[in-house]
Ligand binder design. Structure first.
Ligand SMILES: Nc1ncnc2c1ncn2[C@@H]1O[C@H](COP(=O)(O)OP(=O)(O)OP(=O)(O)O)[C@@H](O)[C@H]1O
Length: 282
C-alpha cells in the first residue's frame, strides 16, 4: 500500500496518563524514525505497557500528543492501523481455531499480508499449522502473536515483552530477524523486555522508564559512551553538564560524561544495561 509519510513513524510529545491518583506516564517524549529498533526497559509497573497502549490509541492520553505514522493516535483510521503491528503482553482470541485457520482469518484484515513470510516464520518457530490455538504452549502462542503482527510488514511494530515466553534459541532467532526486518524495510520497532542482553544485541536505541518518566532515551552507543557510574569523595560538586540519573550515597549514575576529570572524582566506570538497571533500581 502506498502511503508515503514525511517525518517520523512515531512522535510522542509531553504524554501524560493518569489512573485515578496514579500518574502512570509523566511527560514522555520520544521519536521513532525508520530503521530504529528501540528497546524499552523498566521495572514492573514502570509504565511500559501503558505507554504502548496509549501510543496505539487503546488508552486515551490525559495530556500531550501521540502521532503514529503522522496521524493522531486517538483518531487512527483503518488504513493506518493496517500499517501498525502490535504484540500485546497477553493474548489473544482465536481459541476455537487451528493455527492455519486463525492466520487465514487474521490475514483478511491486512491487504499487505505476505503468505510466504507467514510460512517461513511458522517454520522458523516450529509451529504446527494444524495445531489448535487453545492447546498451544505459552511460547507457541507468543510465536503466533508475533507472526500475526509481522506478516504484513508493518511500518511500525510495537511489541510488549514479545520474547518473555520464548526459549533462548527461538528468542535469538526472532530478535535477530526483527532487527533485520526493521533495517531492510525501513520500519521502526518499539519493544519492551526485561532481558537486557537481548536488548544490547539487537536494539539501536534504548529507553529506560522509571516511575512514568523516561530517564534515558538515546542511541545504545550513546549510553555506552556517556553514561557512567561515578564514585565520589564526600562533598564533591558535580559539573553542571552531567545529568544525574540516580544516586546512592557516593555512587552517582550520570549521563553526559565526556571523560572530564574534576576534584573529588575517584572513579568513572562504564555500565552495561543490566548494571545500569541495577544501579537505578537499588
Ligand atoms: N487499567 C489500569 N487501571 C489502574 N491502574 C493501572 C491500569 N493499568 C496500569 N495501571 C498502573 O499503572 C502503572 C504502570 O503499569 P504498566 O502495566 O504500564 O507497567 P509495566 O511497566 O508494563 O509493568 P510490567 O513490567 O509488570 O509489565 C502501574 O502502577 C499499574 O498498576
Amino acid at each position: 500500500m502506498d502511503m508515503t509519510l514525511e517525518g517520523p513513524l512515531l512522535a510522542v510529545r509531553g504524554l501524560k496518563k493518569r489512573f485515578g491518583d496514579k500518574l502512570a506516564l509523566d511527560g514522555i517524549d520520544l521519536t521513532l524514525e525508520p530503521g530504529m529498533v528501540m528497546g524499552l526497559l523498566g521495572e514492573n509497573g514502570a509504565g511500559k505497557s501503558t505507554l504502548m497502549r496509549t501510543i496505539l490509541g487503546l488508552l486515551a492520553a490525559d495530556e500531550g500528543e501521540v502521532l503514529t505514522l503522522g496521524q493522531s493516535s486517538d483518531v487512527l483510521d483503518k488504513q493506518h492501523k493496517t500499517r501498525i503491528g502490535y504484540v500485546p503482553q497477553q493474548h489473544f482470541g482465536y481459541e476455537g481455531f487451528s493455527v492455519e485457520r486463525a492466520l487465514a482469518l487474521h490475514s483478511g484484515f491486512y491487504p499487505d499480508w505476505d503468505k510466504a513470510l507467514e510460512q517461513s516464520w511458522l517454520t522458523r518457530f516450529g509451529l504446527d499449522a494444524k495445531a489448535q490455538v487453545n492447546r498451544l504452549s505459552l511460547g507457541q502462542r507468543q510465536s503466533l502473536a508475533i507472526i500475526m503482527a509481522m506478516a504484513y510488514r508493518p511500518s511500525l511494530l510495537i511489541l510488549d515483552e514479545p520474547v518473555a515466553s520464548l526459549d533462548p534459541s527461538a528468542r535469538r532467532r526472532f530478535m535477530g530477524d526483527l532487527f533485520e526486518l526493521a533495517l531492510e524495510s525501513g520500519s521502526a520497532v518499539l519493544f519492551s523486555s526485561h532481558i537486557t542482553s537481548d536488548l544490547e544485541r539487537v536494539a539501536s536505541h534504548v529507553a529506560l522508564l522509571k516511575d512514568g518518566k523516561l530517564l534515558i532515551c538515546s542511541e545504545l552507543d550513546g549510553v555506552r559512551e556517556s553514561v557512567r557510574l561515578l564514585n565520589l569523595a564526600p562533598g564533591t560538586k558535580l559539573p553542571p553538564t552531567l545529568k544525574i540519573l540516580g544516586r546512592q550515597g557516593n555512587r552517582v549514575v550520570v549521563d553526559g560524561y565526556q571523560n572530564e576529570q574534576f576534584e573529588g572524582l575517584l572513579a568513572a566506570e562504564p555500565l552495561n544495561l543490566e548494571q545500569l538497571f541495577m544501579e537505578l533500581h537499588p
